[in-house]
Write a protein that binds this ligand. Structure first.
Ligand code: NIG
Ligand code: FE
Length: 413
């Protein structure tokens, strides 16, 4: 990892194009230049229009390459211990995710490993994952809890996320996912567990400012619609944003609830009704696409055409987790979103930039605009389509975080 100490004014010039994610569509600017001052973007536009007031700046020639905003991963579970490669192998042979979970595997297997791991081990594991993510262009990542399922343990995972954010260049955006699965201690007392989430986890996470949002897994084999309402309404009372894993296997009616509550996003949505999408579109709730999990579980893709028709904006997440999507790579998710989901190249880029930022409730990132943080990626590519098109290799050449170079592939050749 390289880190340049230089905070002087810098001009990045000689791009093929820059994706600014501003205005309509991708906001592509041909032969763009970007000026960085004090960690923020001070100016962006066509190089020939660069104001002469920046004449003294330190100039970096990008060699005619593509420049984009730092990618935003709006759905990720990066704080966990253990591995589930054995389950992967079973699924590859045809076993089903929900059957493995019913046998005590799945999320509970990771809960057991995570509860046993020390804070230091969890921080180290997450930092390694952040290295992979940063090197493939991600500069902001959500960090869900959800692999402990006790109040103290969930708060411990959120504190670990914050420690990772302090130690690593990646910005971590913490989400409480206390209702990820029903823990064995509450196997015969669902209501008791919901009460722990509502009366202990959410108030403490809000009071100690450990989470920005509350998530819940509302699906077959997970939590019901009523439990989801109880938990997300509690989150709202504590001024936390809301979101939910919905329709991965079954549509329990959660999209309408998310619309009613003004949630940030509904995530997965392989199974969703037209009524649910209409409600989401009307309320401005985003659909977060998680093609890594969808493809791995061999699900049919979500109804992307119906989402467009309903005016539902689409974000794309890695869904980095040890079970269904063990990948830190958003470029790979963009490839799956274009090839398997039929999203356009433009939708895929917006899904990991501007729309992903919206799904985190933060419009200041995921774009290149004056005043926004200088989180930028230079790609070994010339046109936007090359990133999903040339899959399975890392095309990120250089990553800037708040104006500093935090990854330079050529320095690590
Ligand atoms: O988004 N669906 C629930 N949660 C994760 C999977 C978690 C796991 O299997 O460990 C998901 O796919
Ligand atoms: Fe998830």
């Amino acid at each position: 990892m390289v880190s340049s100490p230089n905070q002087a004014t810098r001009i990045l010039r000689n791009t093929s194009v820059a994706i600014t994610a501003e205005g309509d569509g991708l906001g592509v600017v041909e032969r763009a230049a970007v000026v960085i001052e004090c960690g923020n973007v001070a100016w962006v536009g066509a190089e020939r229009e660069l104001p002469s007031s920046f004449a003294d700046a330190d100039v970096h020639d990008l060699g005619g390459r593509l420049l984009s905003p730092g990618l935003v991963d709006c759905h990720a579970h990066p704080i966990f211990a253990g591995r589930r490669a054995d389950e992967f192998a079973r699924r590859a042979r045809g076993d089903h995710y929900l059957d493995i979970a019913r046998e005590g595997g799945g999320i509970m297997a990771t809960v057991r490993a995570t509860r046993e791991a020390s804070a230091k081990a969890l921080v180290d594991l997450a930092c390694t994952r952040m290295n992979y993510a940063l090197r493939s262009g991600t500069t902001t990542m959500e960090a869900k809890s959800g692999y402990d399922l006790t109040c103290d343990g969930e708060l411990r995972l959120l504190k670990i996320a914050s420690q990772v954010g302090q130690q690593h260049a990646m910005t971590m955006r913490p989400t409480l996912l206390g209702a990820h699965a029903l823990p064995p201690e509450f196997a015969d007392d669902r209501e008791g567990f919901v009460q722990v989430v509502v009366e202990e986890m959410i108030p403490r996470a809000a009071h100690e400012q450990l989470a920005e949002a509350v998530d819940i897994y509302c699906d077959e084999g997970a939590f019901t619609l009523l439990e989801t309402r109880t938990i997300l309404e509690a989150a709202k009372r504590h001024k936390l944003a809301t979101k939910a894993h919905v329709g991965q296997f079954a549509d329990l009616g959660a999209p309408q609830l998310l619309a009613e509550l003004g949630s940030l996003s509904g995530d997965h949505l392989e199974v969703v009704s037209d009524e649910g999408l209409a409600a989401m579109g009307k309320a401005g709730v985003l659909a977060t696409m998680l093609p890594g999990a969808c493809v791995q579980l061999r699900m049919a893709p979500p109804p992307v055409a119906a989402m467009r028709k309903a005016g539902v904006a689409m974000a794309i997440g890695s869904d980095l987790n040890p079970g269904t999507s063990h990948s830190e790579s958003l470029p790979l998710a963009m490839w799956l979103a274009t090839t398997h989901y039929g999203m356009s190249v433009e939708e895929a880029w917006l899904g990991v930039t501007r729309n992903a930022a919206r799904a985190l409730g933060d419009a200041s990132i995921g774009r290149i605009a004056a005043g926004s943080p200088a989180d930028l990626v230079v790609w070994n590519a010339e046109v936007p389509a090359e990133i999903p098109y040339h899959f399975g290799v890392n095309l990120a050449a250089r990553v800037y975080k708040n104006g500093r170079t935090v990854w330079d592939a050529s320095a690590n050749d």
